[in-house]
Design a protein around this ligand. Structure first.
Ligand code: MN
Length: 717
């Protein structure tokens, strides 16, 4: 209802809309030369698409013209964008070439159209093609944001005319729109397009639910119009009394947001719809807070409903105060209070720049940050389908707000952990984060944070990122930084480790690295196509080769790897080697256990408990990739282990056990419940301990608890 009055011309249905109408509507904004070029673009498109028809039977050119109309009138974009909208399908579907476009309309227009064209002749699956095109579109968008605005207009028109396509295709397009395009419109703050896309998708995906809800709203609307206008008038009166220059609008929620609220919060139609919504527009930020105070005086605010998106804008730049109040007759009123500028931003988002500023293309900060994230994501994820999935996830991110101990506010994606928080503060804090305190409690590093919590990170310079963190972090920033660290760490440590492995393997054959002849070394390097000795050592370090095999080759033996390994001195491990030595997930060894190392391609040495079934299985097939390992005498790292505790079902049982664990300074990383009988519950704890002695002490103390029936470490299987 806050929309500006609509001119008669723009109401004309698409089927009767002509290029002359478009030119007339933009005449006042552009030079004559630009209007002429828009007309030329239309002529070229019309000629190129001549004879093509849409599913509805209409001439194809009606589609680009309708898209140009949205771009020109609703989005108020510049002349190049309008030309590109008219031409957006010619590269993909007609013989017109890039050069032809560049010659006639300039590089900028040609570039935009290129960005809007799908890759054709991709020799891949449908899912891969979709993902590949998505990546291309996002990259084109990063280099010119107008690409995505035109793409959204294109999608909007296709959704408006979706009735003509078959049911299967209709579902697929609506699904993709809801998964990808509506969230992009949301991230760029283009609310008008986002709302309409969601509405159309809802109708296409759930026609029956849409029809029912629509009828219910129309039914209820009549009954409440009087009430709404009374609330509007009352609110406006008290605000004007204060001398504020104010607009108050009654506001209707769109069907899709009603539906989403009903299904996500399990609310009934009357619960959701009984909420009246008003929007209050004032002149300044100061006035926003004054108006809020006055309204809270008029109606009783509902506890915990106030949100200050003025002080902390949403990540798409949206700013507004939100509150819910109750009138003395018990009616709930939801109010949004914001300035005129904020209101424009809330409606048009990034498009507000073309609409209200002087034709400049500078992208607002929040959108630039987001584009930057897209770019970083694309760099860190090489697999196309994974990129599509991560980007989809990223577009959908809801967010939480947490505080540093000094009261700084951080915005994080929902499900963020203390590690995400640590990286948001500084990558150095992230790289060394050791423990976290949330409000008053110490928590494990994979705990999911909630809005409003205060998070404190304790760092330890000897700590470094663990590959396990990748399982729980959700921010791109943290994921990117951890991957980067692990990669550079491999580069630094792997060659040294590879050196240790090869020295040991050579010793087993009664030789030394210094004794290897240059000739033999060169032959090995050449065989594997390595540039130098260090590359060989690096690949040994990350487990791409079996050391005894390389050792034999370095000594000029072309025979099978020697079975002489038994005599070798074991490799010392301390758990702090980083990703070149890792503890096997199947048996989770801790210092004090008898252990056995296995070389695994790409993962370096994986340490198992001796007797682990996976080691035995492997030893039958190939003995060559074994490495004898032994714990070093001074391990300092923490090791993950599983503990099973069967406890009586009494109130407070679990707390007694967890207290005991934390008193012994073992970190609980996860808990899962398994067999629950009437009187006993069996719980699996995943926790970190220093060594067997630490674990034994823990087991003893837990066993002494009266509520505990049995306790044991996860047995080898
Ligand atoms: Mn199109």
């Amino acid at each position: 209802m806050a929309d500006p009055p609509i001119q008669i011309d723009t109401m004309r249905p698409d089927s009767e809309f002509r290029i002359s109408d478009l030119c007339k509507l933009v005449e006042s904004r552009f030079t004559i030369a630009d209007v002429q070029r828009i007309y030329q673009a239309y002529l070229l498109a019309a000629e190129a698409h001549d004879g093509q028809r849409r599913q509805s039977g209409e001439a194809y050119i009606t589609h680009p013209l309708a898209v140009a109309r949205i771009v020109a009138i609703d989005m108020q974009m510049d002349a190049q964008a309008i030309m590109a909208a008219l031409l957006h399908d010619v590269l993909e579907d007609t013989p017109v070439s890039y050069n032809q476009l560049a010659n006639q309309f300039g590089d900028e227009v040609a570039h935009l159209v290129e960005g809007l064209s799908k890759l054709t002749n991709l020799d891949v699956s449908k899912a891969e093609a979709q993902a590949e095109n998505f990546r291309k579109m996002l990259l084109a968008m990063v280099s010119d944001i107008r690409v995505i605005v035109i793409k959204l207009a294109d999608r909007l028109h296709n959704m408006r005319t979706l009735g003509a396509v078959g049911p299967a295709k209709r579902q697929r397009i609506a699904r993709e729109t809801l998964d990808v395009f509506a969230p992009i419109a949301h991230r760029l703050g283009i609310t008008s397009i986002k709302d309409e896309l969601e509405e159309l998708c809802f109708e296409a995906l759930h026609p029956l639910r849409h029809r029912t809800l629509k009828a219910a709203v129309e039914d209820a609307r009549g009954n409440r119009s009087e009430l709404v206008s009374r609330i509007e008038i009352q609110s406006r009166a008290v605000l004007e009394e204060m001398g504020l220059k104010v607009d108050v609008f009654g506001r209707e929620k769109n069907l899709y947001s009603l539906y989403r609220k009903m299904s996500s919060k399990q609310m009934s139609f009357s619960d959701v719809y009984d909420m009246f919504a008003i929007r209050v527009i004032v002149d300044s930020v100061d006035d926003c807070y004054r108006a809020l105070g006055r309204l809270h005086n008029l109606y009783k605010p509902v506890e915990k409903s106030f949100k200050d998106h003025v002080a902390i804008p949403k990540n798409n730049g949206y700013q507004s105060l939100h509150t819910v109040m109750q009138t003395n007759t018990g009616v709930r009123v939801e109010a949004q209070i914001r300035t005129r500028d904020m209101d424009r931003m809330a409606q048009d988002g990034i498009a507000a720049h073309w609409k209200y500023k002087t034709g400049e293309h500078d992208t607002p900060t929040h959108a630039r940050e987001w584009l930057q994230q897209v770019l970083e994501l694309q760099k860190s994820v090489s697999d196309t389908i994974e990129f599509y999935e991560s980007a989809k996830h990223d577009l959908f991110h809801k967010e939480i707000y947490v505080f540093s101990p000094k009261g700084r506010i951080f915005r994080l994606p929902v499900n963020a952990t203390p590690v995400d928080f640590a990286y948001a503060v500084h990558s150095d804090i992230g790289n060394h984060c050791d423990m976290a305190r949330v409000d008053r409690n110490m928590v494990s590093l994979n705990t999911q944070l909630q809005s409003g919590q205060t998070v404190q990170i304790y760092t330890d310079q000897s700590r470094s990122p663990s590959p396990m963190w990748l399982d729980s972090v959700v921010s791109n920033r943290a994921r990117h930084a951890i991957r980067h660290y692990l990669r550079t760490m491999n580069d630094e440590k792997a060659p040294l480790f590879g050196h240790r492995l090869i020295v040991r393997a050579l010793a087993a054959l009664g030789s030394r690295f210094e004794d290897v002849t240059g000739e033999n070394l060169d032959r090995v390097l050449k065989k594997y196509n390595y540039a130098d000795r260090d590359t060989l050592l690096l690949n040994l370090g990350i487990g791409n080769h079996i050391p005894s095999d390389i050792a034999a080759q370095l000594l000029g033996e072309n025979t099978d790897p020697a079975p002489a390994q038994q005599q070798t001195t074991p490799l010392l491990v301390d758990g702090a080697e980083g990703s070149v030595v890792s503890m096997a997930h199947c048996c989770l060894p801790i210092p004090g256990d008898n252990i056995q190392g296995v070389i695994s391609a790409g993962d370096g040495v994986v340490v198992h408990r001796a007797g682990c079934r996976n080691v035995i299985k492997r030893s039958r097939s190939r003995s060559s990739d074994w490495v004898p390992v032994q714990w070093s005498n001074n391990t300092t790292a923490e090791f993950t282990t599983h503990l099973w505790v069967a406890m009586r079902n009494r109130p407070g049982s679990l707390a007694r056990v967890t207290d005991t664990i934390s008193r012994l300074i073992a970190n609980i990383e996860n808990i899962s419940f398994s067999n629950s009988h009437d009187s006993l519950t069996e719980i699996q704890f995943i926790l970190t301990v220093r060594d067997r002695e630490h674990l034994a002490r823990l087991i003893r103390q837990i066993r002494n608890l009266r509520v505990v029936e049995r306790v044991h470490r996860e047995p080898l299987n």
